[in-house]
Ligand binder design. Structure first.
Ligand code: AMP
Ligand code: ZN
Length: 469
């Protein structure tokens, strides 16, 4: 049974969805004010791994990810560029979706935007005021009174009863640290710095705070109580703590059953972040010639609750691991004939499958899951080297890898297919030149194919080709 670590209880325990095999999953999405860095993508790749494993286990997942297209940073950015807020955020939203595709991240069911849910946010804000949980400050902004919510601090492990009465004050900024426990803005009264970004609403002229959008959009799409909410560890406080206060304060029901948080991607021991300037966007890394699949592998291959230090050597190693998997798939695809090893291979597939699932069931223990996969790779390579695998067993092995890859999303099964005709013609032309001992010309074609991402290997059974990732 799948066990997950819940930040709320600080324990790892069995995952039981609210409604049978249906899972409601919400993950905090990007603030579209710049190109996300690969640290951000660690968060999105983690959710993708979780979601893919839930699907593997037969759950039906409804996944919602918000787009924060109005906040302090997006307003500042659009003003600096002298363009409208929507024009400014549209550019980065597109970049985000391009990156998700490049990283083979399964699309969410919906990507609701903050600017399209102002009405819902105002409604919650006003309901919270009516319940006495929120109040209007002198500046016209509406704040959540954190002392009125009895569980405030539970997720973030903060004891607010130890705060001096009246010492906390209010905070209007979207982001702040754990040392800054204060009443937070649900609705921000218009300020000149907001330029032409404001809404005239029954809560006043202004714009929503950041935290309220996730309460509004998650509840709208997944209901008052849903199964899983994810994000990076920096979101535990204040963002997710505030989401709980807003949602539970409003509905009177438990908001989320399982809170899952991923750890940092580090650079030289420090969190990769925009503010420290130690970041790489996905574009930066791809421009250096690294394939997106290697970045995906790197980001998912360390357990999500462990910090991961980013290095280019790490991407190289990830690339080599992906190549090793693809090389096996290619070789298995070329197996012909029959032998007597199928019983043993069946056993090896079954053992690898059990080990993979046991590891993933243990709070997505990816290191052990990958160890099981690479033990299987070793076994299959042994059979291939000793010709103790037949076509049927090879097909079964490929099927198993396909199943594993529905979770990992890094392998390429194209090698089973044929090369495009024009490339195949080049391969044949080179063969002919080699037969005619025109090696220099043959080498030119080999280089030409390499540029197109095809590597040729001359083996005892003739020329073989493979895609280079
Ligand atoms: P943001 O756009 O800053 O709200 O971040 C989007 C997501 O990326 C959040 O879930 C963050 O927790 C996560 N995140 C930001 N920096 C890192 C990092 N260096 N490592 C892992 N996750 C990160
Ligand atoms: Zn959120």
């Amino acid at each position: 049974m799948l066990q997950l670590h819940n930040t709320l209880t600080r324990k790892t325990g069995p995952f039981k969805p609210l409604k049978g095999k249906k899972v409601g999953l919400y993950s905090c999405g990007p603030t579209t004010y710049n190109y996300p860095h690969i640290g951000n993508y660690r968060a999105y790749v983690f959710v993708d791994l979780l979601k893919r494993y839930l699907l593997y286990r037969g759950y039906m997942v409804k996944h919602i990810m918000n787009i924060t297209d109005v906040d302090d940073k997006t307003i500042k950015g659009s003003m600096e560029e002298g363009v409208s807020l929507s024009e400014f955020t549209a550019k980065y939203e597109k970049a985000f979706f391009d990156d998700l595709k490049a990283l083979n991240i399964l699309p969410a069911n919906k990507y609701p935007k903050a600017t399209e849910h102002i009405r819902e946010m105002v409604a919650i804000t006003k309901a919270l005021m009516k319940k006495g949980l929120a109040y209007k400050g002198e500046d016209g902004s509406i704040y959540y009174n954190i002392r009125k919510f009895k569980d405030y601090g539970r997720l973030a492990n903060i004891d607010i009863t130890k705060l001096k009465a009246g010492a906390s004050g209010r905070v209007k900024k979207d982001e702040y640290t754990k040392d800054d426990v204060q009443d937070f803005a649900l609705w921000k009264a218009y300020d000149k710095a907001d330029g032409n970004v404001f809404w005239e609403t029954s809560a006043g002229k202004g714009r929503p705070g950041w935290h309220i959008e996730c309460s509004a959009m998650s509840i709208k799409n997944l209901g008052k109580t849903f199964d899983i909410h994810c994000g990076g560890v920096d979101l535990i406080f204040p963002h997710h703590q505030n989401e709980i206060a807003q949602s539970e304060g409003w509905t009177g029901k438990k908001f989320v059953n399982y809170w899952l948080h991923n750890e940092w991607l580090l650079v030289n021991g420090q969190k990769m972040s925009k503010s420290l300037g130690n970041f790489f966007t996905l574009r930066d890394v791809l421009a250096k010639g690294f394939p997106a699949v290697a970045i995906r592998y790197l980001l998912l291959s360390t357990h999500y609750r462990q910090q991961l230090n980013f290095t280019f050597e790490g991407i190289d190693a990830a690339k080599a691991s992906v190549e090793r998997l693809n090389e096996l798939i290619r070789k298995l695809g070329g197996v012909k004939g029959s032998s007597k090893s199928s019983v043993l291979i069946k056993k090896e597939i079954s053992a690898a499958s059990t080990a993979f699932e046991k590891a993933m069931d243990d709070d997505l223990n990816i290191s052990e899951a990958l160890a099981a996969v690479f033990e299987f790779v070793r076994q299959m390579n042994y059979h291939l080297d000793n010709s103790t695998i037949d076509k049927i067993s090879a097909a079964a092995a490929i099927n198993f890898l396909k199943k594993v890859d529905s979770v990992l999303g890094v392998m390429s099964f194209e090698a089973e297919e044929k090369l495009p005709k024009e490339l195949m013609r080049l391969v044949e032309q080179r063969e002919k030149l080699r037969e005619e001992k025109k090696f220099a010309e043959a080498d030119k074609i080999r280089a030409q194919l390499r540029e197109k991402g095809i590597q040729l290997d001359d083996t005892a059974e003739g020329v073989k080709w493979k895609k280079i990732v």
